[in-house]
Design a protein around this ligand. Structure first.
Ligand code: ATP
Length: 460
């Protein structure tokens, strides 16, 4: 059976020209379809999966540049070659630069040039498809960019990210500290058509009001004390790419108002500048706060909240996806081996159970710190429980408060026994004879148990 032909969509309002172009392209071995303007082309693309588009620029109804703009907003657009009238070079360059056209050709058309460009565009399209398929396979195996997560809940997040990444929709990424919000933002950028343009991140919690505005919007020389040089802000630096506003919940109210205006007008004005400049930025925002609650308490602007919350990606805490811990550890051990020149081969089963039983209030970041320390201490071979410090041996370890020991299901018998002995010893002022009597065991048994725990000796 013959391999399927690559598909090319021809868009031109002039019917003779359209047919001539389509016939010529079909003669080069492509399957073709045609449309008379941008709107028809968008319609056609719904069922005709084109590897490339050849489009005229001037057309009644939706013209070529509007078509490119729509395709860019949708993401995942096939590469488009634009045919322009002679002498329209400036527009053509703008189309490539601003709207992501693959390239342009001046009319009258040179068939040889179009044939060469088409073969390159189709090759690029195949490479994109191949990368997407690879990305999908990896993410089914539990990896998306630097995010690790094979659990059902993370797989759902990965497919949300894959879905929203190619569009230019604003995404609000929520989740506790250390759940991977910045990694998710990076993955969205890397899976978008903006991947080769800059990814800029700014932490809104780390800056004062004046500084945050100058960081975001830039400033002119002398616009405030300390503004010695003229400076571009994050919006301008991220032009064509993605801007992450991290910890957006901490943004001061006046800055929120200015941000809203930028989002509405897609223009920024540097502090102290007379003119605004247009920017093309895809915005991502992250927070570990409940933004809706902040809105209700008038600490966050409602209109800004709705602008940002177009699409929410909510990352679950690590304790809700403990099954991901072994895969996370594998990646972390590998990274730490490289960083600290160690030769650790993995984590033994008992130590892994210990890690899986923790509550992890600091989420994956905390896990990473614990693994890093353990890898350094172990140096080589398998990491064992003794290489971890400050971890509870069970997520539901007994809690000792005063004369009470609170037990919950999840604690082991050993832990319960140890907690009770510790509490009793504390109650007796570390008097082992009295403690043994209260506990109903012999002094020898108590002594042996204390030795087992490595506890310091008490008084007789
Ligand atoms: N799903 C994950 N897979 C692999 N590593 C992860 C994952 N989530 C978090 N990490 C690790 O935790 C670290 C912190 O992640 P990140 O900075 O993205 O968290 P965050 O949610 O943005 O935190 P904060 O709210 O404190 O800024 C990362 O550097 C990475 O080592």
């Amino acid at each position: 059976m013959d391999a399927p032909k690559d598909r090319v969509l021809v868009v031109d309002d002039e019917s003779n020209q359209r047919t001539a172009l389509a016939t010529m392209i079909a003669g080069w071995g492509y399957e073709t379809a045609s449309a008379a303007n941008g709107a028809e082309a968008l319609d056609r693309l719904r069922e005709f999966e084109a590897s490339a588009i050849v489009t005229d620029l001037m057309m009644p109804g939706m013209d070529g540049s509007e078509l490119l703009r729509r395709l860019k907003d949708q993401g995942q657009a096939p590469p488009a070659i634009v045919l322009t009238a002679f002498g329209n070079l400036e527009t053509a360059v703008a189309l490539v630069h601003d709207l992501g056209a693959f390239w342009f050709l001046e009319k009258p058309l040179q068939p040889g040039a179009l044939r060469l460009l088409l073969s390159r565009a189709v090759a690029q399209s195949r490479l994109t498809d191949y990368n997407e398929a690879l990305e999908r396979r990896l993410s089914e195996q539990g990896v998306l960019g630097n995010l690790v997560g094979g659990s059902d809940v993370m797989q759902r997040i990965f497919s949300l990210i894959r879905q929203v990444a190619p569009t230019r929709a604003t995404v609000l990424i929520t989740g506790e500290s250390g759940t991977g919000k910045e990694l998710a933002a990076r993955a969205i950028h890397d899976l978008s058509p903006r991947r080769t343009a800059p990814f800029v991140a700014i932490n809104c919690a780390a800056l004062t009001e004046t500084l945050i505005e100058s960081e975001l919007f830039g400033h002119e020389k002398g616009s405030f004390t300390g503004a010695v040089e003229r400076r571009r802000g994050c919006f301008e630096l991220a032009d064509g790419g993605t801007l992450l506003l991290d910890e957006i919940g901490e943004m001061p109210a006046p800055t929120q108002a200015k941000l809203l205006r930028v989002l509405e007008e897609r223009k920024v004005r540097r502090l102290g500048a007379a003119r605004e400049v247009e920017v093309d930025v895809r915005l991502l925002a992250a927070t570990n706060r409940d933004l809706l609650a902040e809105v209700k308490q008038n600490r966050f602007r409602e209109d800004l909240f709705f602008r940002l919350n177009v699409f929410e990606v909510s990352l679950p805490p690590l304790r809700d996806r403990r099954e991901d811990i072994p895969a996370l550890c594998e990646v972390m051990v590998r990274d730490m081996n490289i960083r600290h020149q160690c030769r650790v081969s993995g984590i033994d089963a008992q130590a892994m159970t210990l890690l899986q039983n923790q509550e992890w209030p600091g989420n994956a970041r905390e896990l990473r710190n614990v693994v890093e320390r353990a890898v350094i201490i172990a140096g080589e071979g398998l990491v064992q429980s003794s290489h971890f410090f400050g971890l509870h041996s069970s997520a539901r370890a007994p809690v000792v408060s005063g004369d009470e020991v609170r037990l919950s299901v999840g604690a082991t018998i050993d832990e319960a026994e140890r907690a009770l002995i510790e509490a009793t010893l504390r109650h007796t002022g570390n008097n082992r004879t009295r403690a043994a009597t209260i506990l109903g065991i012999s002094q020898k048994t108590l002594f042996n148990k204390l030795r087992e725990y490595g506890a310091p000796g008490g008084t007789e």
